[in-house]
Design a binder for this molecule. Structure first.
Ligand SMILES: [Zn+2]
Length: 440
């Protein structure tokens, strides 16, 4: 994976196996892929599950070779490559710009790398910054050393007229009494409009300082130490420009106080992609509309907004929770907006994260109760559900947050207070929490 580009067909086959694993299908068995694979492969900050996109990862790994060739010191292996393929050590990365259809398949893969990702064309060259020293290693016309883009593209007319199209910066002028002077040479005298361009060019390059005796540096702008890393390259390839509302909300499911299994479930739920009966009907698993009734109340169709927000059982549970936390509110009927609304109800530092955790506890508790009823015929007791929410939240928060010394009794009495007390306070340690036998 770090030497060759994997063929697209191979990646498709591998992804098929990975999809099967994610959605729980055994060998040969077809399972529903609830969320698009493309979405699954996005990073958590981009609203995905953070599963690696193999193609992009493969490109990022191969990029390491590019990083070594372009940025590392001149080792023997680099000399061998330059001998074989030529031009490698010359204008730092020109070899990437020209499509090289010769050499080994490794070399050809490498020279295509810069433009291989349709959405991120030019990503490698864009990530390289040149720090101008004495200008011995930097191509005057082709390297990006002065502002955005290279000078050949910014001043195409002058480039055509230049007598030093392949010159390094150091060859485009000279030192006179320790002062650098540019001497740009043209094939013929310039017309007045070209002279005007020459003045602009001189103005631009005069802002740069040529430092005598200091080597030029090549820096990968996406990592702290300026070296190419696979991780930073992958992040660039996987990053999305869109900063949608949905993406921001989906990030919130990775609440550090809750188990990752619940985060993944909520991630699926907020996209309307969990196996509620309406979804199963859309996919042809359920055929009779009569079977779409809500398990908990028996009235209304089971979809995510009904099950988690509008259903009487859900509403009673939410009301009990708000009362417990001392919050007065009217909830939105839509599951998605409700999630956003819930999070914004309490903004107190130190308490907010715990309050957000409650949302996950409630939906998970409802989902388990629904499954118990559906698959085991177990009746739902609203009061019991609320107790479960309290205990489950207590156990998640105690398990994940350091320095929580409150007891279950304190928690039930005043949860916000428990979360806002000084974390180092040990006065709550004296009381021992009751033994719990249920599975949370
Ligand atoms: Zn219902």
């Amino acid at each position: 994976m770090s030497v060759y580009l994997i063929p697209k067909g191979t990646i498709l086959s591998l992804d098929k196996i990975r999809r099967g694993f994610l959605w729980g299908g055994a060998a040969g068995e077809k399972k529903i892929n609830w969320v698009k694979w493309e979405q699954v492969c996005k990073g958590k900050k981009q609203g995905g599950l953070g599963v690696k996109d193999l193609r992009k990862f493969n490109i990022a790994l191969l990029g390491k070779w590019w990083g070594r060739i372009v940025m590392e010191d001149k080792g023997l292996w680099k000399k061998v490559i330059a001998e074989k393929y030529g031009r490698v050590g010359e204008p730092s990365f020109n070899w990437l710009r020209e499509n090289m259809n010769f050499g080994s398949s490794w070399w050809r893969d490498l020279s295509r790398l810069n433009d291989i990702d349709q959405e991120k064309k030019g990503w490698l060259v864009d990530g390289l910054e040149l720090k101008l020293g004495e200008g011995v290693d930097i191509s005057f016309w082709w390297d990006k050393w002065s502002g955005d883009g290279c000078l050949a593209n910014k001043y195409p007319r002058l480039y055509l007229l230049s007598t030093g199209k392949d010159y390094k910066i150091s060859q485009m002028g000279g030192w006179h009494n320790d002062i650098w002077k540019w001497s740009l040479q043209w094939r013929r005298s310039l017309f007045s409009w070209e002279e005007h361009q020459e003045l602009e060019l001189l103005k631009e390059i005069n802002e740069k300082t040529i430092a005598r005796g200091r080597p030029d540096q090549r820096i990968w702008i996406y990592s702290k130490d300026g070296c190419y890393t696979t991780k930073s390259a992958y992040q660039i390839l996987a990053a999305e420009h869109r900063n949608s509302q949905q993406r921001l909300a989906l990030q919130k499911v990775w609440n550090p106080l809750i188990p990752s299994k619940i985060s993944a479930f909520s991630w699926q739920l907020l996209q309307g992609k969990i196996p509620t009966k309406d979804n199963l009907m859309k996919r042809g698993v359920i055929q009779d509309p009569g079977e779409c009734r809500c398990e908990l109340c028996g009235a209304g169709e089971e979809n995510s907004s009904h099950l988690f927000v509008q259903c009487k059982v859900a509403r009673d549970l939410w009301t009990a929770c708000y009362k417990w936390w001392g919050i007065k509110t009217v909830t939105d009927r839509d599951c998605w907006r409700f999630f956003e609304q819930h999070s914004s109800m309490l903004e107190t530092v130190g308490v907010k994260q715990g309050w957000e955790c409650i949302w996950f506890v409630v939906i998970w508790t409802i989902w388990l109760a629904r499954n118990e009823k559906l698959f085991r015929g177990k009746e739902v007791d609203s009061g019991r559900l609320f107790e479960l929410v309290q205990i489950r939240a207590f156990s998640w928060i105690k398990g994940k947050r350091r320095g929580c010394f409150f007891s279950i009794a304190d928690w039930i009495q005043n949860p916000a207070n428990c979360l806002s007390i000084n974390r180092n306070s040990r006065r709550y340690l004296k009381r021992k929490p009751p033994e719990m036998e249920m599975e949370l």
